[in-house]
Design a protein around this ligand. Structure first.
Ligand code: ZN
Length: 425
């Protein structure tokens, strides 16, 4: 480490109250999703903060009152030095009225060495630390040779891919860090895709015809879509078990690749045979798999199940996969992310961690999903690294340890400094 960065890191201890105040300020902006559409003021604050620290700002509505903010600080030798994206989401998990918080979840308090408030762990702590690091670099007058992009995105908690919108807008870098909840582990993740499976009859029959479609001599080729969906669900359970037996990925307990029949809707009225049934499923898959591959496996399996049933053979299930939002079109995708431990960005992040924390960085997999998959899918080598833990994410009295927040801020400051001072290989 150079002397310049050592002095800056020391500043974090000296000025930790400012860091705490910054996190409290972010928590005070009420940005729960659902209901969403409430991040404008918080995003304006982030945009102003970045502007004051030398960044140019791109801010655009992904949804009304839910804008993305991308700050860009061009490196002094951008052609030859490494560039970096820091990414985080400004929305937080919803708060239910019956939750028993110590205090108002949006008026943060400090207690027993922790900051308590909605988003402390997931993930305004990660955003605050990275923003504070940027401020320290700016105030010290340090011109980074490589370019730095800061993305504050919306919608992550409801599967709205603010990060995908940044990628579509062309933002890229040599490496990206998603500063979401990881308890200071360097992480990849499995993927998630939701889908709707529909069983539909081309005809609608009166309830009184049921005997004719079930019993000897009835001669009516019809069926209840609800009962046929039972076969589909059974087929999904067989596939889920087959995956659990046959697939695996280091860091995951076998059987983490689940197929959850989450919501079922069907039938029109008690006087009719159900002519339509829809099943909403959530599928978790491993970091080395893609949602395209998973879709193919599920569809192929269920179409074989359908072939073994005379009615489903003629009326096979149909599929609608993914979606842009759990609250708008009832669907989402979180692509998986593999972390390459030999990538220079991962190695440098691990060494910054070890230098500050005095213990070896853990490189593993997140048991949940983040926006990291979108950056990876856009071809940007990416890792998840942030303060807070998943016991706290989305929980009552969500909190982050101040000690860990400070450690994280030191690591991310060191990493930004060093990575953007390293020549591109
Ligand atoms: Zn998060």
């Amino acid at each position: 480490m150079t002397k310049e960065i050592d002095l800056l890191v020391e500043q974090i201890d000296v000025r930790k109250d400012e860091l705490i105040e910054l996190l409290k300020r972010l928590i005070e902006y009420k940005t729960p999703a659902p209901p969403a559409r409430n991040t404008m003021e918080a995003q304006q604050f982030v945009a102003n903060f970045l502007r004051e620290n030398g960044f140019s700002i791109d801010m655009w509505d992904v949804y009304p009152n839910d804008p993305n903010v991308v700050g860009f600080l061009e490196g002094k030798q951008a052609d030859t030095f490494n560039s970096l994206i820091i990414n985080g989401h400004i929305d937080v998990a919803e708060v239910n009225e019956d939750e028993k918080w110590e205090a108002n979840p949006f008026i943060p308090i400090v207690k027993d060495g922790a900051i308590i408030g909605r988003g402390a762990s997931d993930m305004k702590g990660g955003l605050a630390g990275a923003l504070f690091a940027i401020k320290l670099l700016h105030e010290a007058g340090i011109d980074l040779p490589g370019s730095l992009t800061f993305q504050s995105v919306i919608g992550e908690e409801v599967g709205e891919a603010g990060t995908l919108e940044c990628c579509k807008r062309g933002y890229t870098a040599d490496f990206a860090v998603v500063v979401d909840t990881s308890d200071l582990h360097i992480q990849g993740q499995g993927g998630v895709i939701t889908g709707w499976i529909t069983v539909k009859s081309s005809q609608t029959f009166h309830d009184a015809t049921r005997r004719q479609m079930l019993h000897a001599g009835g001669k009516l080729f019809g069926s209840s879509a609800i009962e046929k969906m039972m076969k589909i669900i059974h087929g999904l359970q067989e596939l889920e078990r087959h995956w659990a037996v046959m697939k695996g990925y280091p860091g995951f307990i076998p059987g983490t690749n689940t197929i959850n029949p989450a919501v079922i809707e069907g039938g029109r009225h008690a006087a009719f045979i159900a002519d339509e049934c829809r099943l909403w499923i959530t599928v978790h898959y491993y970091p080395n798999e893609s949602h395209e591959q998973i879709i193919k496996e599920i569809e192929e399996h269920l179409l074989h199940v359908a072939k073994a049933d005379p009615w489903l053979r003629e009326n096979p299930p149909t599929f609608v996969w993914g979606g842009k939002s759990m609250i708008v079109d009832r669907g989402e995708i979180f692509p998986s992310l593999e972390v390459d431990p030999t990538h220079p960005g991962v190695k440098q992040l691990a060494s910054a961690h070890q230098g500050i924390i005095n213990s070896k960085a853990v490189v593993d997999v997140s048991p949940t999903v983040t926006d990291g998959g979108w950056l990876g899918a856009a071809g940007i080598p990416t890792a998840i690294y942030g303060p807070g833990n998943l016991q706290n994410a989305h929980s009552v009295n969500e909190q982050v340890s101040i000690e860990q927040l400070i450690e994280y801020t030191k690591v991310i400051l060191t990493f930004i400094y060093e990575w953007c001072h390293t020549k591109r290989t």
